[in-house]
Design a protein around this ligand. Structure first.
Ligand code: ADE
Length: 418
């Protein structure tokens, strides 16, 4: 078995942590148990490009239990948990190509190593696998039944490929499932981003001005949790509707240029590029902290930051100080990469349980569809979304009501009014 990981001796620690995560992933566990019997992925070769974490390890175990031959590479150079990677290789015999801190060349070499299994199914978080197949390994596309995509940024990239007719095989937009984005993006990103900021800085959030750029599901989560810690959360938006929602949630809504003057901590979660750039950096207060919780490290313009800084030094792990010519010191967390994975451990397992249940069931859907799906970006089938919500509720021991016959009838009829 080929693999490339940092240190095999980390496997025992990784295994303990994978088992701990598994305890918080009851839905995925049930799917794995069914997969062991049904083997719906028998004969499939599945290349996965995901954050290599203990939660992902449990997804890989599930896919393997379903009969798939799997290969895993990282979807971000800084998010790999080397102990989880080691345990996957040593304890679960799953090939992993990922080393925390790998450079760009290694990142793409690893991605290509995962693609060397000649996948029939791909699983992406950010669409780097799909993008590499479409730009460098097009010969693989014919053999691929379909793929899945985990994150908003990836779905946006894939939709633009589908719109121009360039997408060579169908993809299921896992991100867009209700049981994914309403929970993972909001509660997962919310908690883990605050976790990343705290681990990197150990600052007190109470009383701070936390500027959240982007009020999508992830931004909502970050703002909500920052507020919960006693911070004054402020929102920057480009779309009228979410801006209005933020205002009515009681957040101050203002342009980045204004927020730059008063923010203590800036969090970008827009999925777009150069959200914080030279003109904003010029206006920031001494001691301001910047971090990103969006998928790619493009939201804080790092070129601008480096070019206006006179020098920099690493103050703590994941915390870099930049000295400005006027004496101000500004701080960047996790090199501008996803702070929740670069400086912390990503979303907690309990929320990844639903995201990865979607991944497992959608890969089964792709593999067992009677006819090949259209080359397009597809929604997660409703029955999968509903099933995951029901399983999660049951696992949490939460019961809900059922409609009476009278209520069913009432909802189905239009005759009764005032
Ligand atoms: N994305 C965000 N958190 C994650 C986690 N814990 N594992 C895998 N992918 C993630």
């Amino acid at each position: 078995m080929q693999f490339d990981i940092a240190d095999s001796s980390l496997a025992p620690q990784g295994k303990l942590r994978i088992e701990w995560a598994e305890q918080q992933m009851p839905v995925l566990r049930q799917i794995r148990e069914r997969f062991e019997g049904d083997r719906p992925l028998e004969g499939q070769r599945l290349a996965a490009c995901l954050h290599v974490t203990t939660e992902t390890a449990n997804l890989m175990r599930t896919l393997k239990a379903g009969g798939a031959q799997v290969a895993l590479c990282a979807s971000n150079p800084l998010s790999t948990q080397d102990d989880a990677a080691a345990s996957l290789v040593e304890d679960f015999e799953i090939p992993v190509f990922a080393i925390c801190g790998e450079d760009r060349d290694t990142y793409y070499r690893h991605l290509n190593a995962a693609l060397d299994i000649e996948p029939t199914v791909t699983m992406d978080d950010g669409a780097d696998l799909v993008s590499t197949i479409h730009q460098e390994r097009t010969e693989l596309a014919d053999g691929i039944l379909g793929g899945t995509e985990e994150t908003t940024t990836g779905v946006i990239r894939l939709r633009s490929m589908a719109a121009t007719g360039e997408l060579l095989y169908p993809i299921i937009a896992v991100n867009d499932a209700m049981t994914k984005h309403l929970f993972d993006n909001r509660f997962g990103t919310g908690q883990s981003t605050i976790d990343g900021i705290m681990r990197a800085t150990n600052i007190l959030l109470a009383g701070k001005n936390v500027v959240v750029c982007g009020f999508g599901m992830c931004g909502r989560g970050v703002a909500m949790r920052a507020r919960g810690m006693g911070a004054r959360a402020m929102i920057c938006e480009v779309e009228a509707l979410p801006a209005l929602e933020a205002a009515m949630e009681g957040y101050q809504v203002l342009p980045v240029a204004e927020a730059a003057k008063i923010g203590d901590i800036f969090v970008t979660v827009t999925g777009n590029t150069s959200v914080i750039r030279a003109e904003h950096i010029a206006a920031m207060k001494d001691g301001a902290i910047m971090c990103n919780a969006g998928h790619f490290d493009v939201e804080i313009d790092l070129e601008d930051l480096h070019s206006v800084a006179q020098g920099s030094r690493q103050v703590r792990p994941s915390l870099e100080e930049f000295r400005m010519s006027d004496g101000r010191r500004l701080y960047l967390l996790g090199e501008g990469r996803l702070v929740n994975l670069a400086a912390a451990e990503g979303h907690p397992a309990s929320v990844m349980d639903m995201s990865f249940a979607n991944q497992a069931l959608c890969s089964e859907f792709v593999a067992t569809s009677p006819s090949k799906l259209r080359r397009d970006v597809h929604a997660v089938p409703d029955h999968i979304d509903r099933q995951i919500a029901e399983l999660k509720l049951a696992a949490l021991g939460i019961e809900i009501d059922e409609l009476t016959d009278e209520q069913e009838e009432y909802l189905a009829s239009w005759r009764q009014g005032t």
